[in-house]
Design a protein around this ligand. Structure first.
Ligand code: BG6
Length: 509
């Protein structure tokens, strides 16, 4: 792998949680593995008045807590901390960008970073309108002296209209090739492995289509509530927070055509094509294809837990969904009429993200109880997290008289690989941006296509009070009506457990 060029990483929003918990620790992990360029600096920008010393002290705590490679001695850590700088700065104030320009020039000279800069917007999204325009005004987006890249954190827009406007605004100041729209799911090793599972195995790809696949199920479950993020979540909900970005991305990777090459242009093209082929759901038919729910107070393992409406920052009559399930179709040659069921929720029984490919059953049931279980076997479970791995379920003869069939598992767990280091999503994505590789970042048109798909659902849920928000007790698998999305009798969602090989409603007890 080639080395990233010398540069400065500028973080807007450096006094925030993301910088503390994810960004600075992830860059430390890169530093630890020798993956940073020789000359490198981080410039943190935030409104809080801090000196370099105080900033470094705070970041040191973040690294000690959140870096994957915990620093064993202070030597290496201090070497890294020397690269961290802080500049008190009011992002909203246009006049201050001139000062920022001066600061960057000074830092570039002191650190010899060859005038290359990555800007990371880790601020509230309201700042996304201001930062790129002001950087452009100061000539800080011009690449004639060195590279300029911009990383945009989610949420990328609030709906289709705002996403389109944001894209247009960004393109007024930067070229598409300079813009890196982050979705941390793309940085997950197991998400990238989807491409390898599909396109490096002769056994799966020939079956990967409407002729052999009955339906596809994708779950992004969390067993925590909104915590201190109630204020943000109230204006977001599960559809915006998880489905429009992370879960649709997984749909894209499962459904895409083989790219001609593994590169940014080809992979992102194929993902965008899937999003463009999503069958639109009309506002008036939303109830048929989408279900929303909200967790209510309950007891989990004997302990009382709050309902969503009792969380800090949440309205007592809130109708924000903390659970969403959607049935969707992809109108193209490969997937015509194959249902994709996707769901995500907070306060479910366990934290798990997985994809289940359900293969069609045999055309004729030969064995005694074959018909009863045939709908359940031949599933390929691709586990994104936790207990990362892949599981294949198939029917096997129960030893003894007759021909009784039983479902068995064949499983691979990443944890079985010795000496394997799974980099964090931010570590991988930051390194890619440093290397100028945007393969694992979203392209503007794909983001808009994903919003175009969810937009009618958002609108119907906002306008039409007759569409119920189903309550579900915290710690359960969401509203039981979500099973109704799956029209076929005998088929329900899989109820996954923490361990890849287990499933069942009550397995986490
Ligand atoms: C974020 C959402 O994008 O993803 C959070 O804003 C959610 O609400 C998180 O908890 C889930 O990420 P992960 O990596 O824990 O699955």
């Amino acid at each position: 792998m080639h080395q990233a060029k010398n540069h400065i990483l500028v973080i807007f929003g450096a006094s925030g949680d993301l910088t503390y918990r994810k960004l600075v620790p992830a860059v430390f992990d890169l530093f630890n593995q020798g993956l940073l360029p020789e000359k490198f600096a981080i410039l943190g920008l935030g409104r809080t008045e801090l000196g370099n010393r105080a900033f470094r002290k705070k970041m040191k705590e973040g690294i000690q807590q959140f870096a994957l490679n915990k620093p064993s001695d202070d030597g290496k850590l201090n070497q890294y901390l020397e690269k961290l700088h802080y500049f008190s700065f009011d992002t909203k104030e246009p006049d201050e960008y001139c000062l920022l320009k001066g600061k960057l020039r000074e830092l570039d000279e002191a650190c010899q970073t060859d005038n290359n800069i990555i800007f990371y917007m880790a601020t509230p999204p309201s700042m996304y309108e201001i930062i790129p325009a002001q950087l452009a005004k100061q000539g800080l987006t011009d690449e004639s002296q060195g590279f300029r890249r911009l990383i945009v954190e989610k949420p990328f827009g609030y709906d289709l209209e705002t996403a389109q406007k944001l894209n247009a605004d960004l393109l007024n100041s930067f070229h598409e090739e300079q813009i890196y729209r982050i979705d941390h799911y793309l940085g997950k090793e197991t998400v990238q492995n989807l491409l390898v599972t599909r396109f490096s195995n002769g056994i799966f790809e020939p079956l990967w289509n409407r002729n052999y696949i009955h339906h596809v199920e994708i779950t992004g479950a969390e067993n925590i509530g909104v915590g201190m993020r109630g204020g943000y979540y109230e204006g977001s909900g599960a559809l915006r927070d998880m489905i429009q970005n992370h879960l649709l991305l997984l749909v894209g990777l499962v459904a895409m055509e083989p790219p001609t090459l593994i590169d940014s242009y080809n992979i992102r093209n194929e993902i965008a094509k899937v999003f463009h082929s999503l069958r639109p759901i009309k506002e008036e038919e939303v109830s048929k294809y989408a279900i929303r729910g909200q967790y209510t107070a309950s007891h989990i393992k004997g302990e009382a837990v709050k309902g969503y409406r009792d969380e800090t920052g949440v309205a007592p009559d809130s109708r924000t969904e903390t659970f969403a399930a959607i049935k969707l179709f992809i109108d193209n040659w490969r997937w015509a009429d194959v249902p994709f069921y996707i769901r995500s929720g907070k306060m479910l029984p366990t934290r798990v993200t997985e994809i289940v490919i359900h293969f069609k059953s045999t055309p004729h049931h030969l064995f005694v109880n074959d018909a009863n279980i045939s709908k359940n076997y031949n599933q390929l479970v691709i586990r994104i997290q936790p207990d990362e791995g892949v599981l294949l379920k198939f029917g096997m003869k129960v030893p003894g008289a007759g021909f009784k069939v039983q479902n068995v598992n064949m499983d691979f767990h990443y944890s079985d690989l010795s000496d394997t280091y799974l980099p964090s999503a931010y570590e991988r994505l930051l390194l890619d941006c440093m290397l100028g590789d945007s393969t694992l970042y979203h392209r503007g048109d794909a983001v808009e296509a994903a919003w175009r798909f969810v937009d009618p659902i958002l609108k119907a849920w906002k306008k039409d009070d007759s569409i119920p928000v189903h309550g579900y007790p915290a710690g359960t698998w969401g509203p039981d009506v979500s099973d109704n999305l799956i029209e076929e009798e005998d088929i329900t969602w899989r109820y996954p457990c923490k361990n890849l090989a287990n499933d069942g409603n009550y397995c986490e007890l």
